[in-house]
Each structure stands twice: as C-alpha cells, then as structure tokens.
Design a protein around this ligand. Structure first.
Ligand SMILES: [Zn+2]
Length: 213
C-alpha cells in the first residue's frame, strides 16, 4: 500500500476505537455487546479498521479490531466482522465517511419507534445542533431518517443507501427499535456526532414526554 493512500495510522486508530468503546459503554450507549465502530485506514484500496463481532465494547483491546477490505474480507486480526459491516461500507462509500459509529441507546431506541411511521424524526431549534458538521445556527431543521429494522443485512444496506440518496445532508440514520448510525470525516467528528445526537434524542424524547396529555 502506498503512503499516499493511507489516511490513518493503524495503531492510532485501534487505540482510539478501544477508547471510544470504553467511553460509550460507560455512557450507556453500547450495553451488552451492542454497537460497532469503524474507521477508514486507506482510501484506495479501501481498508477499514472495524470492531470484531460479539464483543463487550467496554473491554475492547487492540486484538479485537479487524482490518477489512471493501468486500468485508478480513485482512488482519482474528474473528469475524459484525453482521452490520455492510452498513459501515455503505456509509464509507456513499457518504464518504472516514469513520462510522453505531450505538444502541435507550433514547434513540424509543424515538426510532415513536417516529418510524413518519419515516424520520425532526430535531429543530436546539443550540446543540451546531455540533453537527456544517451547521452554524440553532435555526436548523435536522431530519434523521428512520429505517425499519431487519436481520436481512443486504436489505438493510439497500434501505440505508436509499435514504442517503434521498437525504444527502443528514448526519445520522436510526434503525427502528435498534439504534443510531452516524459518521464523520474522522473518528473525532463521528464521536462528536454521537454525543450531539444522543444529547438531542434525550432532550427531544423528554420534551415530547413532558408535553403528553
Ligand atoms: Zn446494532
């Protein structure tokens, strides 16, 4: 692999993914082996560092991170990639994500069901929206598409690809009663997007609950 195609150092990315696992577990976003994380190591050929399947994200170590190619074949590490790897590849290839983070929080799970029939959820008027890349004012209306959950990952990938085509400016997508996919140009931006969106999901869900008759 030429130096020019490398976009991130393997050891740095692996250690960052492990840190993110510990932090996200402690914040209640990836309980019980849920969630998965990836970061692009090189663009051409495409190489991703991704968490191996079925692990406690609060106890990740460097050996739990796999290197995969664009066909999800494992090139480095022992284990198999998550069943949701195809969704990571869609986001890296279609949304040009440098990193993809997937979480299963309580608030995103509740909202993704509440608004599923509408196909998405609006987050509007919150100062914290400015933490999303490219957003400079609270007077922003963020549409978070919601897609039906499935164990058919080829179908889920096609559904994700379709909503990305329809909403190319979105910063995250919810899977119904499942969780959040968000991404960024790198791990730092993707991590910030998780933090911002999870804050906004909790704020919005609590607001809706408080306004219920
Ligand atoms: Zn999941």
């Amino acid at each position: 692999m030429s130096e020019a195609s490398l976009v991130a150092n393997w050891d740095d990315v692996v250690s960052r993914l492990c840190e993110i696992g510990r932090e996200f577990y402690s914040r209640g976003w990836v309980y019980g082996t849920s969630g998965n994380f990836s970061a692009r190591i090189s663009v051409d050929p495409l190489r991703l560092a991704i968490t191996s399947s079925g692990l406690d994200k609060g106890a990740l170590s460097p050996g739990h991170i796999l290197e995969i190619d664009s066909a999800a074949c494992v090139l480095r590490g022992i284990g198999r990639p998550s069943a949701e790897t195809s969704l990571h590849l869609v986001l890296v290839q279609q949304a040009a994500a440098g990193a993809v983070l997937h979480t299963h929080s309580i608030w995103s799970t509740l909202l993704s069901d509440r608004w599923a029939a509408q196909g998405g959820l609006v987050l509007e008027g919150y100062e914290m929206l400015k933490g999303l890349a490219g957003i400079v004012t609270h007077e922003h209306r963020e549409w978070v598409p919601i897609i039906e959950n499935s164990q058919d990952y080829a179908a889920l990938s096609a559904a994700l690809s379709s909503v990305l085509a329809d909403y190319p400016n979105c910063h995250g997508v919810l899977l119904r009663k499942h969780g959040l996919y968000t991404w960024g140009c790198d791990l730092a931006e993707a991590r910030r997007h998780v933090e911002i969106l999870e804050f906004l999901f909790e704020a919005e869900a609590r607001r809706q609950l408080a306004n219920q008759p």
